[in-house]
Each structure stands twice: as C-alpha cells, then as structure tokens.
Design a protein around this ligand. Structure first.
Ligand code: PMV
Length: 355
C-alpha cells in the first residue's frame, strides 16, 4: 500500500449491541461513568457501518455525509453522529482532513424498540479507528480494540463495551487489572463455561421510542437522593457478579442481574422529576418468568434496559424448554407477538477493507 492509498478507501464493520448485567446509570463530565458496568455482547442485533473516506490536507474540518438504510439519515441520528465525529476530531485532529461518507443499517427493525446507540456508535468507532490506523495515526504499539472502545465511549457510554465479544467491563475497578473509565476491557479469560453459551430472547413489549433519552436519565443521577448508595451498590454487585461469572453460579447470577434491572427502573421512578418506562405487559412478563423459574427450577433470568422490553437470559442447553415457554406464555404479551431470538456473540467483524 502506498501513502496515497492509505488515505483513500472504504472500511466496513459489523458491530453488535450489548445488554448490561451491571448497569451504567449516571456519569461525570467527559463521558466518565459514575460506576463500572458489565455487559454481555449480543450476536444477531448489530449495526453494519461502511465508511468511504478520502483525505485532503487543505480540508480543515471533516465533511460528513450520513445515510441510514440507503436514505439520508434521520435528523436525530445525523446530529448525534456528527457530534460524535466532531468530538473525535478534538482528540484526533488528523480526522479533520477527511471526507467521510457513512452508510449504516441495523439488523433489527428500526421499530423494535431496541437501543441502537451501542451498536451504531461502536461500528462507526471501529471504522474510524481503522482509517486512523491505516493512515499511521495510531501508535504502533496501541491496542486497536482498546482505542476503538475509547472512541466508542465518546459516542455512547454503553458502546464502549460492544467492541469485544462475550463479556465486557467498562469502568475502573481495583478488581480487574487494566480496567479504565475511558475504555472497556474484555472479561473472557475467566468466564465459567456455563456462562459462555447463553441465549437472550428480547421480548418486544413496545416498539415506540423512549419518552426520555438515556443522556437525560444519566443527568438526573447527579442530584439523585440515592446517588451515593447506588454507586456503592453497583460496586458491590460488580464484585459479586465477577465471582459468580468465574464460579458458574447460575442462581446467584439471576439474583444479581434481576436486582440490577429493577434498581435501574427504581432509580428512574425516584428521580426528580420522576419517570417510568415499564408497561403493564413488562410486569406481566417479569411475573411469568419468576413463576416459570419457581415451577421448573430452570435458571432463567430477566433484565431490562432503559425501556419496557424484557431480555430473557438463559443457558442454551435449555433452549427447547425456553422457546416453548416463550411461545405459550410470553408471546401474547409482546407487541405483534414479536421477540428477537438473540444470544451471546463473538464481537464485531470487519467486512470490507478496500483501498
Ligand atoms: O450508553 P447510553 O448513554 O445510551 O446509556 C446506557 C444506559 C443503560 O442502557 C440503561 C445501561 C447500560 O449500561 O447499558
């Protein structure tokens, strides 16, 4: 590759969404989390992002053209993405000299009510990290995925965790060497085999857009009466979950993960002003999951993101029983009986690397 070729080309990454087990809720200036979080990277819910780029030294600010599903990107997505690129330019000024044409699509329907910022921001961060790397702008000894995670965090905190497959940790903790508030690290070295083969059935209660953005929710944690206690609690639960993931204790996994999900929503309901995102069908599903677990003794676990939809996590060895349970008991509570048959994934994949 000659110098000219390095500055002109097309890069494409497919990056998955992730579901937090220990939630990130509340942040400090500079997109620094109030407490560390742990997530499971998904497989089928991903964003595919393709960036065509060309360099011109005379350009003093990057030119950005954005497309979503082959159409000019909707305004809110365009604003968020352009802001993200402008933020990256302050850290990597070389980026200012590029014209970037970004084409994005999500594997999951736009109307599925699935948060797409983790997958979309991580996919774009991976493309931009690749462009900077090809242009010789990243130190030769830098860890590519760590740099991409650092960049993704500036677009959306949870996106920092999507650059690795399996389980990721974002946020500084003395319990994990090399952990950082500025990027996520993979946790896979010590994960017990029972947690390596996990399904995530995403039960779509409502496909509508959220009534409040996660940025607004994070901001409300700043003056929240329970803020201090929440930070302490997240740290304690993180320590317990790390142990559980290591030892393969499924029952304890359920206790921690479900409490985390309910805490997230309890924090929303006790914010000032208060808001709530759960719907009657969400509660009906949670109750059915608890009762199914009590009757069958199967280690099924629910978690919920910042919305009304439920993620049902289960060991893949029980797939037959769980899909039967979903079809008979849970589908009727889903909007148009819609659910996404996802599970733990192996992380982002690079698709095109053309010059
Ligand atoms: O990454 P953001 O700013 O969209 O915040 C995500 C917050 C939660 O999804 C509720 C929790 C998490 O850790 O992913």
């Amino acid at each position: 590759m000659n110098q000219q070729q390095a500055f002109l080309g097309k890069i494409s990454w497919r990056s998955p969404s992730n579901i937090a087990l220990i939630k990130y809720w509340g942040k400090k200036a500079g997109q620094i989390p109030a407490s560390p979080s742990i997530s499971m990277t998904l497989s089928k819910s991903f964003t595919q992002c393709t960036v065509s780029y060309d360099f011109h030294s005379a350009r003093l600010r990057s030119e950005v053209n954005l497309f979503f599903n082959h159409q000019p990107a909707p305004e809110n997505f365009a604003i968020k993405t352009t802001d993200f690129i402008r933020t990256l330019e302050t850290v990597f000024p070389f980026l200012c000299h590029f014209r970037l044409t970004v084409h994005t699509f999500n594997s999951f329907p736009h109307s599925a009510g699935i948060a797409s910022s983790a997958s979309s921001m991580s996919a774009l961060a991976l493309c931009i990290a690749t462009i900077l790397s090809r242009s010789g702008q990243l130190p030769a000894d830098s860890d590519f995925f760590r740099t991409a995670s650092f960049m993704a965090r500036l677009g959306s905190g949870s996106a920092a965790r999507s650059v690795y497959g399996g389980y990721s940790l974002w946020g500084k903790t003395p319990l994990v060497e090399n952990s950082s508030d500025k990027y996520a690290v993979p946790l896979n070295d010590f994960i017990h085999p029972v947690f390596r083969e996990y399904g995530d059935a995403i039960l779509v209660v409502s496909s509508g857009t959220k009534e409040i953005s996660s940025s607004a929710g994070h901001a409300m944690m700043q003056n929240h009466s329970y803020s201090e206690g929440r930070i302490r609690q997240a740290g304690e639960r993180l320590e317990r979950l790390l142990q559980v993931l290591k030892e393969g204790k499924e029952q304890k996994f359920t206790d921690i993960v479900e409490n985390e999900a309910l805490t997230l929503h309890a924090l929303m309901m006790s914010s000032e002003p208060a808001f709530f995102l759960l719907q009657p069908e969400t509660i009906a599903i949670l109750k059915k999951i608890k009762s199914f677990r009590a009757h069958t003794n199967l280690p099924v676990t629910f978690t919920i993101d910042a919305g009304p939809n439920v993620h049902l996590l289960y060991p893949l060895r029980y797939r037959k029983e769980i899909t039967g349970f979903i079809a008979s008991e849970l589908e009727p509570h889903c909007e148009n009986r819609q659910w996404i048959d996802d599970g733990i994934g192996s992380g982002p994949e690079q698709l095109i690397d053309e010059v």
